[in-house]
Design a protein. Structure first.
Length: 519
């Protein structure tokens, strides 16, 4: 039981919790004199420490597993130990030793007729030779891995092999082959995701785990000057993540094709719905990439290189500094602020290991708002022609205070543009395709401090929000509308009124959102 719990937490990437349970499992195996179970316990602990990034500790446990596997004559366990040791050495940068361990895994897998283990050994050997700059040799190993993955029918390994081949071909300058591999990788991952209906959390985790494959595809398209194809690829990946979130939180979205599918939106269909002055933003390594769309399908791409080794980390730091400068609650990570205390109380089993890059600090030469302007607006300023500006955002940029961006003359961006922010181009298309009478143009529905008497979050009953109620009542006075609050603000009552009015919603998170609601 402890072993299974440890494996479950490992799958959730809660490695510290996994270690707690695997240590309990190991203790029982030692007390029972179960050498085989003891070896498996060492193996599981090694994997958990590997997940934490403590590779020296991982190697220590994998070596213990290897010794016991040899002692009890467990050939599959011995091969597994060699594979895990090779992975840990690879991550430590000891590539020669990693190759030696993976070659031992390969030999044992062949002797046992273990095709799956053989395929993994080829994959790992290819990855290590890639890191050594042996790209042609890496291609040979990855092609062997792909062949076996297809034979075994492991679609995740198939997708991974295609991705690994893609980066090898790209490093060799064989861009057409690399693009073909990335396309196959993304298409295969999408097939796997659609089968994960039983677990939405795992689907989201799976999507995020393989984000690098999607980024590699659009990045190479842009590198080749295929700006529109790159935009559509990035758009499809973005729409996929948004679709997952909407299905998880609200309702199934059945009319949107998966990225890469034949029924996906064409470039013409998408661009016809995109207004001028639309800026699609993506983050890739040390750069922020901008697609700027103007009339007559005029699409241009600009890049902005940022400080440090990682653009996402730079922007996260900029968000934190911005919060400090303008006095916002930078510790808040949950948009639904009523859940924040509950999240903190239960965070011990939620939190993944922190990314060490997030601990980097950046010294900004200017104030945060000016730095935002220099990073996001200055690279594209000459292309912004109209008075309305639409941003399609990604990552930390979603938390940027666009209206407050400050130029060199201390003027704010909102003084020049009417600013709109939207999560995806697909959202723009859905809005544009609505019939003229689909939304109401009059009236308002105000909702605040909704009825949550029977709602709990991880066993904790949610509390009422008197300040949200007070805020919505103040807005009601301005709009001369009586808001729905407390026991009157039930789900059925709110849905009943959706079809006749626009919505101003002050719910559990206590901030105002406006928008038109479909009937």
């Amino acid at each position: 039981m402890y072993c299974n719990l440890g494996n479950a937490y490992y799958s959730l990437e809660d490695f510290k919790k996994a270690i707690v349970y695997h240590e309990r499992d190991l203790k029982i195996a030692k007390e029972d004199g179960d050498r085989s179970g003891e070896g498996k316990g060492y193996c599981n602990l090694g994997n958990a420490y590997d997940g934490l990034g403590d590779f020296e500790k991982a190697i220590e446990y994998h070596e213990r597993h290897l010794r016991i596997a040899k002692e009890v004559g467990d050939m599959p366990g011995e091969g597994k130990a060699y594979g895990n040791l090779g992975t840990a050495c690879h991550r430590l940068g000891d590539f020669r030793k990693a190759i030696d361990y993976q070659e031992r895994l390969l030999k044992i897998s062949k002797d046992l007729g273990d095709r799956s283990g053989e395929g993994k050994a080829y994959c790992n050997l290819g990855n290590t030779h890639y890191r050594l700059g042996h790209f042609n040799k890496a291609v040979d190993y990855q092609q062997c891995s792909l062949k076996i993955s297809r034979e075994v029918g492991d679609e995740v390994d198939i997708a991974s092999s295609f991705y690994n081949l893609g980066i090898c071909f790209e490093s060799l300058g064989s861009y057409d082959e690399a693009l073909d591999c990335y396309h196959h990788c993304v298409a295969t991952f999408n097939v796997v995701r659609r089968r994960l209906e039983f677990n939405d959390d795992f689907k989201m985790s799976f999507r995020n785990l393989h984000q690098v494959a999607y980024v590699s595809l659009w990045r190479l398209l842009v590198r080749q000057g295929k700006f529109l194809a790159g935009l559509l690829s990035a758009k499809q990946a973005r729409a996929q993540a948004l679709k997952d979130l909407m299905e998880l939180t609200y309702y199934p979205v059945k009319d949107q094709a998966e990225p890469g599918s034949p029924s996906g939106s064409t470039a013409h269909e998408i661009l016809n719905c995109v207004p001028s002055n639309t800026v699609f933003i993506a983050i890739e390594e040390q750069e922020v990439i901008f697609w700027i769309y103007q009339k007559e399908h005029d699409l241009q791409v600009r890049r902005k290189q940022v400080s440090g080794d990682d653009a996402s980390t730079f922007l996260q730091s900029l968000v934190q500094v911005t919060c400090q400068e303008i006095g916002t609650r930078r510790e808040i990570k949950c948009e639904d602020r009523s859940l924040e205390v509950t999240r903190d109380e239960n965070h011990a089993y939620e939190r993944s290991p922190p990314d060490e890059r997030q601990n980097q600090s950046f010294v900004f030469k200017k104030g945060a708002l000016s730095t935002w302007y220099d990073t996001i607006i200055e690279p594209i300023q000459d292309l912004l022609l109209d008075s309305e500006l639409v941003f399609v955002l990604e990552g930390p940029v979603c938390l940027a205070p666009f209206a407050a961006f400050m130029d060199s003359n201390s003027r704010h961006l909102c003084e020049f543009f009417r600013i709109r922010v939207i999560p995806s181009l697909t959202s723009l298309r859905l809005i544009a395709e609505c019939p003229a009478d689909y939304h109401s143009n009059t009236g308002a529905l105000l909702v605040g401090d909704p009825w949550i008497q029977d709602v709990t979050y991880r066993g904790v009953k949610l509390q009422e929000l008197p300040f949200a109620r007070e805020e919505v009542q103040m807005i009601g006075q301005i709009l001369r509308t009586v808001p729905l609050t407390g026991a009157e603000a039930t789900k059925d009552e709110v849905l009943k009124q959706f079809s006749s009015v626009a919505l101003i919603h002050i719910a559990a998170h206590g901030r105002m959102e406006t928008g038109e609601i479909a009937s």
